[in-house]
Design a protein around this ligand. Structure first.
Ligand SMILES: [Zn+2]
Length: 559
């Protein structure tokens, strides 16, 4: 402990060393932050509550209220005077206090992305809405007959006639031609907005405001590409043989429509793996609650505020929301006792414990996950357990024979699922980066170059259509897709670190984390409590001893 006089000496010394007004910028910033938080905190809470109510009721007037409140928050962040003030402080380089500097970053990014001039922003939002509307109302046709997305999915999963598969795949791409010109226009408008803010293009702006760097992402994705190349070629050759046999064609005749979804982003259903039988007589809510309590991350108070079962009008999906950053964390689910919902509730509760177990002493603006992908990583880390044989055996009290039965296919399935998704995510990341760099290039052939390079799927001869435009994410969630992959990488890196360094085991063969308090304590201490106190890569380095790397994803799923 320091004595009072020592403290005074230090203070005096620092005043002398750095001139007469050492902390003016810091003081100004602190005053700004205090006022800002006072204003934004009740607004954010009201918006979260309104959005929760709307998800439960499904009423248009409730959704209107959410839009109104969201717009009010956006207006706060669009103030050009306040942005100029923050920019000036940031550029002065005078903010030395680490916590203040982090808060400054969060604020600066929050304002920066809202500095698009209102006229241009309106055109961007309107065009985006228009495209999304076209997406949701368009129906492809097979021989003149309209088909829904679900029908397309179903046919691609089961049909064995190649020409019917081709017709179906073509139907799934028809929307591309309807929206492509508008998407290119939207990309150009977004680029225009980004250039006015001093960035090369919108892709760079998006990454920067989320504290990501193109060079760093390129490095990670390149390494992942190199490490998965050989194993993917091998796995895919095996898969291709099965798919070709099923449709009675030669492997060399396989076309994009022989895979089981329009983009080959999911695992084709060639391995029988039905885990639902193990869950159908269980109460998955109780299983999840029991599991989380056992690793020292109790979720009772979260579940008490949550809404877990299907109801008329309610949002049919699942999400987690941190209402007030003061402990009111909720999840929305539509539980049925099957494997899908087991994974989903574990996933959403993963987001929830991250939010719940932030350190309340961390400043309000930093009381959130280090990054959108780090919370996704925690959710994936726990969601993966619903198929983990060791976890299933312990939680569901299975016999050794039953566990063996699961093991036979589950590891193969997990491997395929992860590697297929990884290769697909590379297409999305690389294409989108190039799309924003030059929207005037031949995008139709660029798309197939990417698909052939990463997914080893052949372009149909002579095909020159905007197949890329059939992916709604370019419109609805721009420059975001890479975060799914980064989440998977981090989930594996944390898993590896916990297994080897926290539980001190040689292998993860028997690891299902059931009753492993040490795992929960580690995550709380190194990940959850820190919130956004550190840049995401710094947080990862503090937690695992090294920055984000694809190495452990590869050792878990690929090798
Ligand atoms: Zn999630």
């Amino acid at each position: 402990m320091k004595t009072l006089s020592a403290t005074i000496t230090i203070l005096t010394a620092s005043v002398i060393l750095s001139g007469c007004a050492p902390n003016t910028k810091e003081k100004e910033l602190q005053t700004f932050i205090t006022a800002h938080v006072e204003k934004i905190k009740p607004m954010a809470k009201e918006t979260s509550l309104a959005s929760w109510d709307a998800a439960l009721s499904g009423k248009p007037e409730d959704y209107d209220k959410v839009s109104k409140l969201t717009l009010e928050i956006r207006q706060v962040y669009s103030s050009s005077e306040e942005f100029a003030f923050l920019k000036d402080i940031k550029e002065s380089g005078r903010v030395k206090d680490a916590r203040l500097a982090r808060q400054l970053n969060v604020l600066h990014n929050g304002y920066l992305k809202n500095q698009i001039e209102p006229q241009l922003l309106k055109r961007i939002v309107d065009l985006g809405t228009e495209i999304e509307k076209n997406f949701s109302t368009f129906r492809g046709t097979i021989e003149g007959k309209k088909v829904t997305d679900n029908e397309i999915k179903e046919i691609l999963k089961t049909e064995t006639d190649s020409s019917k598969r081709e017709q179906t795949w073509l139907a799934s791409k028809q929307v591309g031609a309807v929206v492509a010109d508008d998407i290119i226009q939207l990309v150009k408008l977004r680029n225009q907005a980004a250039r006015k803010l001093g960035f090369d293009n919108y892709h760079t702006l998006s990454l920067t405001t989320r504290e990501q760097d193109v060079k760093e992402l390129d490095r990670i994705f390149n390494e992942l590409y190199e490490l998965t190349n050989g194993p993917f070629a091998k796995l895919k050759a095996e898969l291709d043989r099965m798919l070709a046999a099923k449709c009675g064609v030669a492997v060399t005749q396989l076309m994009p429509w022989h895979y089981h979804d329009p983009f080959f982003q999911e695992t084709p259903m060639v391995y029988e793996l039905d885990l639902d039988a193990y869950y159908k007589d269980k109460d998955i809510k109780e299983l999840a609650a029991g599991f989380y309590a056992g690793i020292g991350l109790p979720v009772e108070s979260i579940l008490a505020n949550s809404d877990l079962y299907e109801r008329e009008g309610k949002n049919p999906h699942a999400f987690c929301t941190d209402i007030d950053k003061e402990g009111d964390v909720r999840i929305l689910c539509n539980i049925k006792n099957n494997e899908y919902w087991m994974e989903t509730i574990l996933h959403e509760l993963g987001h929830a414990v991250y939010d719940k177990y932030h350190d309340p002493k961390v400043p309000y603006l930093l009381r959130e996950p280090a990054h959108i992908f780090t919370t996704e990583a925690i959710a994936m880390f726990f969601g993966r357990l619903s198929r983990n044989p060791a976890w299933m055996q312990q939680m569901l009290e299975l016999s050794d024979e039953q566990r063996l039965e699961i093991e036979k296919v589950s590891s193969k399935y997990a491997q395929l699922k992860q590697i297929i998704f990884a290769r697909w995510d590379m297409v999305m990341y690389d294409f989108e980066k190039r799309l924003y760099a030059n929207p005037d290039q031949d995008l139709n052939s660029l798309w197939w170059q990417m698909v052939e390079k990463y997914q080893f799927v052949k372009k149909p001869p002579g095909r020159d259509e905007p197949d890329w435009a059939a992916k709604i994410h370019f419109t609805a969630a721009p420059c975001y897709y890479h975060n799914y992959m980064l989440g998977e990488l981090l989930a594996s890196q944390l898993h590896h670190h916990i297994v080897h360094n926290i539980l001190k085991l040689e292998s993860d063969e028997d690891v299902g984390y059931v009753g492993q308090r040490k795992a929960g304590d580690f995550l709380t201490e190194k990940v959850f409590e820190a919130g956004a106190l550190y840049h995401w890569n710094k947080m990862i380095e503090r937690a695992t001893g090294q920055p984000l790397t694809p190495k452990y994803f590869v050792s878990q799923f690929v090798e």
